[in-house]
Ligand binder design. Structure first.
Ligand code: UDP
Length: 330
């Protein structure tokens, strides 16, 4: 058994990694200020330290509890649209707090660091699948903030020997197949939970952001990857670090779905229509983000278990159905 520190482990993706670590019998400490995460998302078996990355003493105190097998960093502001309204908040918080964590890891002798990164690095990507070697061109301050941390980690690896993985998530979706965890943001801005709640009559109709994109049906295309598959990818990447290699991977399924296709999938799963209206584009949203997802498979053997949008949506629907008020119902 080895100790793992999961910063932001009470959030959506982080909590699913914690579940995977616990399932493998690992010891987990979650460091989270619960500003967007939920105490109820930290499964029994993991210890929650409720503190902020802006608190250097708290950070030093938890890191001093090592040795750590790895530190995972999920804690960040993560909304493209928000970052277009308040760029400096995103740059200051995400870069400043990320650097504070990396610096503390170096001082405490941590050897492996896994960063939640994003497909938003490839902001103005063209029409094909995006490989790790595709040009970096963040389309938003959010994407820029993650790119800055990837660069900081590249230098830290080179100079201090802190091995790192940067995992560029495409669109995290779905919920714990065992039904313990799900997606609960306040306010919710993500397509699948909003479409589900609209179908269930719990929210006003969904607005489709943009119908004039250069895509077959005019709506934006994304690569929806199951959150439990993201969790296993973190552990596959960690094995690369064990082997002495840094690991920069795009994490997706290689399959793109339009907003209209997501609406149709939710309608199939729920057996009800998704009431929706058509609206303008949302600032910062590129037309298409689909991963060329084969590099991590070639390097580690990882492949997503959830291969279809229907299977992903089914898990999201099951959780929202059972938790009308999200974690307030647990
Ligand atoms: N979207 C939409 N209506 C909504 C929320 C999202 O049409 O109410 C679209 C959004 O423009 C994007 C896709 O759905 O093309 C996925 O958006 P989401 O916010 O879920 O994730 P993001 O791609 O921003 O990480």
């Amino acid at each position: 058994m080895a100790r793992h520190l999961v910063v932001g482990g009470a959030g959506y993706v982080g909590s699913h990694l914690v579940a995977e670590l616990l399932a493998r019998g690992e010891e987990v400490v979650v460091f989270d200020d619960l500003s967007t995460g939920h105490a109820a998302a930290v499964l029994a078996g993991a210890r929650l330290v409720r503190a902020s990355l802006a608190d250097p003493q708290a950070l030093d105190a938890v890191l001093a509890e090592g040795p750590w097998r790895a530190v995972f960093h999920f804690a960040a502001l993560s909304l493209v649209g928000d970052s277009m309204r308040d760029p400096l908040r995103y740059l200051r918080r995400n870069i400043g707090e990320g650097l504070a964590l990396i610096d503390a890891c170096v001082r405490h002798g941590v050897r492996r660091f896994v960063l939640s990164s994003t497909a938003a690095l490839f902001g103005s990507a063209g029409s094909g699948p995006i490989a790790e070697t595709s040009p970096i061109d963040p389309g938003s301050p959010y994407g820029e903030s993650k790119w800055a941390l990837e660069r900081a980690l590249a230098w830290t690896s080179r100079i201090h020997g802190l091995r790192y993985a940067a995992l560029r998530y495409f669109n995290a979706a779905g919920a714990d197949p065992a039904g313990r965890l799900g997606e609960d943001h306040a306010p919710e801005t993500h397509l699948i939970p909003l479409a589900i709640d609209a179908a269930l009559g719990r929210r006003p109709p969904l607005t489709v952001f943009g119908t004039d994109y250069p895509t077959p049906d005019g709506t934006a295309i994304r690569d929806y990857v199951h959150v439990a598959d993201l969790a296993t990818a973190h552990l596959a990447a960690l094995a690369q670090l064990d082997a002495g290699r840094d690991a920069v991977f795009n994490l997706g399924t290689g399959r793109g779905n339009s907003v209209r296709e997501v609406i149709a999938a939710v309608e199939r799963a729920a057996g009800r229509a998704v009431p929706h209206t058509l609206g303008p584009r949302r600032a910062g949203d590129p037309p298409m983000l689909v991963a060329a997802a084969d590099a991590i498979t070639a390097a580690t053997g990882w492949t997503p278990r959830f291969q279809s949008l229907d299977a992903i949506v089914a898990t999201a629907l099951a959780w929202r159905d059972a938790h009308p008020r999200g974690y307030n119902d647990t």
